[in-house]
Ligand binder design. Sequence first.
Ligand SMILES: Nc1ncnc2c1ncn2[C@@H]1O[C@H](COP(=O)(O)OP(=O)(O)OP(=O)(O)O)[C@@H](O)[C@H]1O
Ligand SMILES: [Mg+2]
Length: 233
Amino acid sequence: MNRILEVRNLYFKYRNDFVLEDISFSLDREDFFGIIGPNGSGKSTLLKLIVGILKPTNGEIKVYTDKISYIPQRIASMYHIFPATVEEIVALGRLSDGILRRFSKKDGELIDQALELVGLKEFKDRKISELSGGQQQRVHIARAIVSNPELLILDEPTTGVDVANQEKFYKLLDHLNKNMHITIIIVSHDISSVANEVSTMAYLDKRLHFIGKPRDFFKKILWPIEIEDLLRR
Ligand SMILES: Nc1ncnc2c1ncn2[C@@H]1O[C@H](COP(=O)(O)OP(=O)(O)OP(=O)(O)O)[C@@H](O)[C@H]1O
Ligand SMILES: [Mg+2]
């Protein structure tokens, strides 16, 4: 079966008020799915429900793989208290199911390959806190790659990354999607990158107001100012 994710009539509340209402959609393997929406619209909450960190209040989520790699929002803000090297962070991706084991030569090779792919081989022994925001994001991608995921979930990975590096970052994601056949779900505020790169996009604001091809999203919304409004609210 080609399905990788099914979300049906999903409702979620942390306390009294619903932050997600009646969300239904499905994704096939090798989809590249982008989610946009204003601050507080429930994007991160939806990702946490998909990953299983949160449980639906109502409705259901079915994920047809256990090979999920999740890169949370604002992960980089913790690095000043976390004196690990680039190699050590990437190596975390080789630890699965909490089983501790010795690293093999194969692990080392996979880590080197992943660092090569994201263009950070020469940064291997650097402290992660000494890297730029864009470089740190590529370290996270390398960590995800070595865990060999079928589904990669990224929450605002390009926040604080300049435009040139954002473009490189999306090229890298495109490579993972097209050539390594990884299904990708990305939340981003960067509407033009999302629209250019993804195969399916969604506009979320508590409810799913749009889901479909990026070009159809722009057909429905005539003026750029409306898009700005949608994202700012
Ligand atoms: N742990 C929590 N407990 C209670 N309320 C929460 C919690 N986390 C988020 N919320 C609330 O749920 C709503 C959705 O939050 P969420 O983080 O999913 O939004 P978001 O779309 O990811 O926003 P942003 O673009 O700022 O990252 C917000 O109103 C937020 O205040
Ligand atoms: Mg968020």
